[in-house]
Unconditional design. Structure first.
Length: 113
């Protein structure tokens, strides 16, 4: 059974940092690109960072230079380091394998201004 379990969210002041983790199971992890998505209240879910199986990373413009995606294939885990957080980064953050439409419960990130 395919499953993605996110963790690491919380409440942080603007300018602070958080590191999110996502453990994948039920898939051959190293065979998939991985992505982090977020959804703020009243907004569409959006892709903010992705890490291809070839090692290429891409970021949504608003998070470039602040967010870093990384992965550990030995642990079936993808990470999202978020620095210089802004109020508008507040959202529920989700991860999944690119090409597999399966969502976990997400992890809430709240940035106080």
């Amino acid at each position: 059974q395919v499953q993605f379990v996110e963790s690491g969210g919380g409440l942080v002041q603007a300018g602070g940092s958080l590191r999110l983790s996502c453990v994948a199971s039920g898939i051959l992890f190293r065979a998939y690109g991985m992505g982090w998505f977020r959804q703020a209240p009243g907004k569409q879910r959006e892709l903010v960072a992705q890490f291809s199986i070839g090692g290429k990373t891409e970021y949504e413009d608003s998070v470039k230079s602040r967010y870093t995606i990384s992965r550990d294939n030995a642990k079936n885990t993808v990470y999202l380091q978020m620095n210089s957080l802004k109020f508008e980064d507040s959202a529920i953050y989700y991860c999944r394998a690119l090409g597999i439409i399966k969502w976990g419960q997400g992890t809430q990130v709240t940035v106080s201004s």
